[in-house]
Design a protein around this ligand. Sequence first.
Ligand code: AMP
Ligand code: ZN
Ligand code: FE
Ligand code: FE
Length: 302
Amino acid sequence: MPSSSPRTRIDLHCHSTASDGVDTPTEVVARAARLGVQVLALTDHDTLEGRAEAAAAAARHGVRLVPGAELSGVVDDLGVHVVSYFFDEHDPEIVALLARARSSRVDRARAMVDRLAVDHPITWDDVLAQTGGATRTVGRPHLADALVAHGVVPDRESAFAGVLHRSSPYYVATPQTDAVRLVEVVRAAGGVPVLAHPFASLRGRLLHDGQIERLAAAGLAGLEAWHPQHRPDEVARARALADRLGLVATGSSDYHGAVRPCEIGQCTTPVEVLAEIEAQAGPPRTPPPCAPPVRAAAEGDG
Ligand code: AMP
Ligand code: ZN
Ligand code: FE
Ligand code: FE
């Protein structure tokens, strides 16, 4: 082991009110700091909306923020999540991908509300009241919160187990980007894509190894192995597959707030795994807006 210094606690997957978490980006970062998590990635679904606020809070709390997002994709007919780090947020393909993902989510959520409204007291305005603003990435958790507000179900978990479940007649799938293309776009933008909760069987059907191999061939960098919804055998399966495919194995909490029995830093990523992810990240392709002209900086002739 490298040193006797206190172990760096690294959590590379959590959510805020920018998508379907219940804490603001500021609250998420403050909570991480309080829990002794030194490195945190705020990975809201299909949006970078919470990033600036999180960065400001991270600077105040001395937390290092790893830039990332959890991107929605599909393999064959199965929806998957790819937590992606260090990509160039101004990359036009990334920008288009995020915009498309968010607008498909709105269309899909409206379609689910139309179906639910036949039998339950729920309107699109109720859902908007739960997202608190049009800029947030909408998802089933907001539908769940609207149903809870109307007393249809007691909590998010019950909503997911029943009316919002994939097998429910009210369920509508979101059209998603093919995950192979998603992985390629992230890599082309200098990013490092990791398959989120690949073996969380409680969520339903899983990818088979062959499908994960296809993602690996396209440039997938890692598998999230330690995750609150992975049983010990599922952690082991993810680690073994990552090993076999030459991928890194990460660990993260997927914190969404007090709505789930999970805490920031509950699962963590080894420091050497983060180092490997950083080593694989490309240089940002878009210069920051205030950078000096490259020629003057490089040649010193100004
Ligand atoms: P969607 O992307 O709209 O289909 O909704 C998926 C979101 O719901 C993801 O953010 C999951 O983290 C969350 N989710 C999945 N299963 C559950 C559950 N059983 N209870 C609460 N949230 C869940
Ligand atoms: Zn979520
Ligand atoms: Fe996810
Ligand atoms: Fe997540």
